[in-house]
Write a new protein. Structure first.
Length: 277
């Protein structure tokens, strides 16, 4: 499939269908305190609803784009690739929030065609907000969104998962010192717990800056496109030279017009030395 605007909008529409197909289940299960299992460690929860939602999404994507590859958080890589589309799926981004009843989680689905990120949706089932990005722009519930907000750190709200347990294992005192600089420099620091939904909020101008140092492609591919198509900035951090932006393990995103070069995060994230081509 060629990466033109009509084709990208078609893929965005398919992603919307797949995301909405999970809505009733997730809303019904929300605040039911489902049983929680763990994957890598106790910081990495999963529920039966993560797995069921991904199965639902895979079924919709397979129906509308047969032969596509689906890279899912729970089911891994499936599909023969004959359809020419590669989907990145996180059925519940923010599982820890979902499991305890905090209303900040979402479904994230993105499509890559011809080596280009061409469509993405982030669906907030609690608020029934559908953020959609294609090569034709970005919208929330069908209304165009524009990434605009604060211009500098001291007036900005930053949302971040930094420092993560992984970061702390790399040198606790130094990492906490960096985090202290973020707290001192920004008007407000928040730790909302869903990278995809946070990026959608940056795209809509509801948060000013987002930063994560350890992330997966299925968490951020849709949000990446949302931010850029809404006029914001998304900088991948730590990726391989010549690699795809959505495969980089970290990112720094901000609303349009924000002074990223003058931000303390530019230094903390080492933008000059991170190899962020």
């Amino acid at each position: 499939m060629n990466a033109d605007v009509p084709a990208s909008r078609e893929l965005a529409g398919i992603a919307e269908l797949a995301a909405r197909a999970t809505g009733d289940r997730l809303r019904t299960a929300f605040r039911s305190r489902p049983q929680v299992d763990h994957k890598r460690d106790f910081h990495d929860p999963v529920t039966e609803h993560d797995r069921a939602a991904e199965e639902t999404i895979r079924a919709v994507l397979d129906e509308h784009t047969p032969g596509s590859v689906v890279v899912g958080e729970e089911g891994g890589v499936q599909g023969d690739g004959s359809g020419g589309v590669r989907w990145y799926v996180d059925p519940i981004d923010g599982t820890a929030n979902f499991a305890v009843g905090l209303p900040f989680f979402c479904v994230s689905i993105a499509a890559v065609s011809g080596g280009e990120l061409v469509a993405g949706v982030v669906y907030d089932p609690v608020r029934d907000d559908m953020f959609t990005a294609s090569l034709g722009g970005a919208a929330c519930n069908g209304e165009p969104i524009e990434s605009r907000g604060a211009a500098r750190d001291r007036t900005a709200v930053v949302a971040t998962s930094y420092p993560s347990p992984h970061d702390l294992r790399g040198g606790r005192e130094d990492v906490l010192r960096r985090y202290g600089r973020i707290v001192d420099s920004f008007a407000t620091v928040r730790r909302p717990g869903s990278a995809a939904l946070t990026l959608a909020h940056v795209a809509a101008g509801w948060a000013d800056v987002a930063y994560d140092s350890s992330i997966n492609a299925y968490d951020i591919a849709a949000g990446l496109l949302l931010v850029r198509q809404a006029g914001g900035t998304y900088v991948p951090i730590g990726g391989e030279p010549g690699g795809d932006d959505w495969d980089a393990p970290g990112y720094l995103a901000c609303v349009g017009g924000f002074d990223l070069a003058g931000s303390v995060l530019a230094e903390i994230a080492d933008l000059k030395g991170a190899g962020t081509g």
